[in-house]
Design a protein around this ligand. Structure first.
Ligand code: PRT
Ligand code: ZN
Length: 226
């Protein structure tokens, strides 16, 4: 077939919270690599499974374009991509294959500590800063709340103190960052952790067998961990 491939390509985060645990998990599945000089591409040695090291935000797009077959990425990033695609009316090209048990946190609405929170309706007419506009718009729509979404790529938690927003929608794990910014979490939009993302349709070439082998090994490794 045109474009038939006999190697699998997995995208993982180049540097960040998920990089080390993702590599360790794949290594525990028996994979090993010969690293390229620039370390953006790692050529699989023990099995024909290569790694592409990228920004986590690029992973859903690489899957959608078929550049990579699998990706290890936060459910939050995958869900944000899907929410944005749904708004554009385009269909989703990848799905969550398996939760991986690391990188857990939640996407939450947080407001200034002094706010006496009564529910999502409190956000009516307010301005909310976030790096997850797709998921926030979806949640606001379901809650029937009309609010302004301000998309920021970083330093979301400081926005209320700067007068840029009334509330934020951001990832929370320990909650220390919220406390440091005199904010409190009031609603959870999504519980998230690192997931294996993969294709919606099965492979029609040699990758099918390779993918089955990898998923079997992954199940074995994850079972030992619980
Ligand atoms: O460079 P690149 O774009 O690849 O990385 P990134 O900076 O976008 O992502 P990175 O490495 O910070 O996070 C990767 C993934 O880790 C996220 O998409 C989540 O799925 C997951 N994860 C788990 C987290 C956290 N925990 C977390 N605590 N991502 C971010 N945070 C932030 C949080 O927003 C807060 O600002 O860390 C800060 C500290 O959190 P507290 O609550 O413990 O204070
Ligand atoms: Zn990122």
């Amino acid at each position: 077939a045109v474009g038939a491939r006999d190697r699998l390509r997995i995208a993982i985060q180049k540097s960040g919270r998920l990089s080390e645990p993702a590599r360790a998990l794949l290594a525990a599945c028996g994979l090993s690599w010969r690293e390229s000089r620039d370390k953006l591409f790692c050529y699989g040695e023990s099995l024909p499974v290569d790694l592409l090291l990228v920004r986590d935000d690029d992973i859903p797009g690489l899957l959608a374009d078929g550049v990579c077959d699998y990706g290890i990425v936060g459910r939050n990033v995958l869900a944000e991509h899907a929410a944005e695609r749904a708004r554009e009316g385009s269909h989703v090209a990848s799905r969550e294959v398996r939760a991986l048990g690391f990188g857990a946190c939640r996407l939450a609405i947080a407001v200034p500590e002094r706010w006496e929170w009564t529910g999502p309706g409190d956000l009516q007419g307010k301005r909310i800063a976030t790096s997850y506009p797709g998921l926030l718009q979806q949640w606001l729509g379901e809650a029937g709340v009309d609010a302004t979404v301000a998309t920021l790529t970083g330093s979301v938690e400081i926005a209320p103190r700067l007068g840029q927003a009334d509330a934020v929608c951001d990832l929370v794990s320990s909650g220390a960052t919220l406390v440091a910014n005199q904010l409190k979490p009031v609603e959870t939009l999504l519980q998230t952790e690192a997931v294996l993302a993969g294709p919606v349709l099965p492979f029609g070439d040699a990758r099918a067998e390779l993918a089955a082998l990898l998923l079997r090994r992954l199940e074995g490794v994850l079972k030992l961990k619980d």
